[in-house]
Write a protein that binds this ligand. Structure first.
Ligand code: CA
Length: 233
């Protein structure tokens, strides 16, 4: 076992799913630890400082969301939630508690690997660029936080203040799924679900400005019923 392989903590009480994940991680060059309860997960996260956590939400002793809250009290390590519940509400609560991404059971091995690639690519970028970089670059897109401007392929974008705030929020959280509620709170200072219509309108106008084909967006992914995520392109 090589030390430079990323270490993951897999928290799952269902043996069949745990074994599927373990086998996948083995084959694809990750190291992992497993936990089958919330308390042992929190303890393992504290003791071993894994580079990412795959967390089942339905655990025998504790709600997975409480595991997220506890782990988030001391570390930003990425947490990918694995939920058997297909309801959006659980994912949303988990994302708002600090989870980075989610997988809904049943998921494919390819989906799991894709989520891990996104997560580790984001970590690698953060290490090289620093999370506090004053210029954000992603494909042709560039956001200059200092001057409050953004450009696409070198052409300055003419964004409204709301569009710019929205773009900055997505850029600063690139790779993470942001819930509608979180975006509304950060950009509009609102907790009113009725403002969701405004969010959709501004997202539409932002996409028209940054996406070559707004109906097949490359930069900003829609998570139906959940929120949005900027992808690294
Ligand atoms: Ca479970």
């Amino acid at each position: 076992m090589s030390e430079d392989k990323p270490l993951l903590l897999v928290v799952e009480d269902d043996a069949a799913i745990r074994n599927l994940i373990a086998t996948t991680l083995d084959v694809h060059g990750y190291r992992y630890l497993t936990a089958t309860s919330g308390y042992s997960a929190v303890a393992a996260a504290a003791t071993h400082s894994p580079q990412a956590i795959l967390l089942d939400l339905g655990l025998p002793d504790m709600d997975g969301v409480d595991v997220i809250r506890k782990v988030r009290s001391w570390t930003d390590t990425p947490i990918i939630v694995i939920s058997a519940r297909s309801e959006d509400a659980d994912k949303i609560v988990a994302l708002d508690a600090g989870a980075d991404d989610y997988l809904t059971k049943p998921f494919s091995v390819e989906e799991l690997l894709a989520r891990l690639r996104v997560t580790f690519r984001r970590l690698a970028r953060e290490e090289t660029e620093g999370a506090t970089a004053s210029i954000f670059k992603n494909g042709d897109l560039e956001v200059s936080y200092g001057s409050g401007t953004a450009s696409l392929a070198g052409e300055e974008l003419h964004l409204t203040p709301i569009e710019y705030k929205l773009l900055c929020l997505l850029a600063k959280n690139v790779g993470k799924v942001l819930t509608h509620q979180f975006i509304l709170k950060e950009v509009w200072g609102s907790t009113d679900e009725r403002d969701l219509a405004s969010l959709r309108v501004f997202m539409g106008s932002l996409r028209k400005k940054i996406e070559a084909d707004p109906s097949h967006p490359r930069y900003i992914q829609t998570h139906v019923g959940v929120g949005y995520r900027m992808l690294r392109v």
